[in-house]
Write a protein that binds this ligand. Structure first.
Ligand code: PGA
Length: 253
């Protein structure tokens, strides 16, 4: 496992406001203890309304707090949206974008998702950009083609920008959609092939940015040791198992 391995707890909409505060409060000391042992970082991603209190709770600690999505606009008449500046103002330092559940639910395009990443970088928030193929695409051998198309608009914009953000290390999370919440994880050699392609592809298309890679999709204490052996990954994006502190802890440890 690499140094500075990142464990991102994606609570999704599973913990409504009161429950998320109760969960985090009741494990406050455990989270802090977990984050101070070893060379890793932990990011908690509650729903929007939980961000401010959870940032406040952990502000004197090495824990990070992230959002689960943001608007592709910076300000204006966008009812129901939360912009990157608000996330920055509440003290959020990470933000997941392009999660397959958001892509599906809101019909988000690759262009919009790329725009979100750029705005997040502009507001000093580390984007965690999710990419991944459906089961059908996987079966038809289209994985790399899908990932390439999902990443293309981002690299196009970045390559026209004169300023990059060398101090931020944005993340790309490979999450095969058929692995999310299903208990199915791809074989390690398949994952290894995808990550080695991603490393080359990113290096070729965005050489100035120190991208890091995450794996997401049914990470559990039972499979995390094996997944940590994947040489090219820098962390996990964890959904279901992050809702049970003991299971999350076992994954981290
Ligand atoms: P899961 O979710 O760990 O429950 O599969 C991962 C994710 O959706 O980020």
């Amino acid at each position: 496992m690499k140094n500075n391995f990142l464990f991102v707890a994606n609570f999704k909409m599973n913990l409504p406001f009161k429950k998320s505060i109760e969960f985090v409060t009741s494990h406050y000391d455990d989270f802090v203890a977990l984050t101070t042992q070893g060379n890793h970082k932990i990011v908690l991603c509650p729903s929007f309304e939980g961000l401010f209190p959870i940032v406040e709770m952990f502000k004197e600690t090495p824990m990070f707090v992230g959002a689960q999505n943001c608007s592709s606009h910076t300000h204006g008449a966008f009812t129901g949206q939360v912009g990157p500046q608000s996330l920055h103002d509440v003290g959020c330092t990470f933000c997941i974008v392009g999660h397959s559940e958001s892509r599906k639910e809101f019909g988000e395009s690759d262009d919009k998702i790329a725009q979100k990443c750029i705005h997040l970088l502009d507001y000093d928030i580390t984007p965690i950009l999710c990419v991944g193929e459906t089961q059908e695409e996987h079966k038809n051998g289209k994985t790399l083609e899908v990932l390439k198309a999902q990443l293309a608009p981002l690299f196009d914009i970045l390559n026209t920008k004169t300023t990059v953000h060398p101090y931020l290390t944005p993340y790309i999370a490979y999450e095969p959609i058929w692995s999310i919440g299903t208990g199915c994880v791809a074989k390690l050699d398949q994952l290894d092939m995808v990550y080695s392609w991603l490393v080359d592809h990113i290096q070729h298309n965005s050489p100035k940015i120190p991208w890091k890679l995450l794996y997401g999709g049914s990470v559990t204490p039972e499979n995390s040791d094996a997944l940590k052996k994947l040489e090219r990954i820098d962390g996990f994006l964890i959904g279901g198992a992050s809702l049970d502190f003991e299971r999350f802890k076992q994954i981290v440890e």
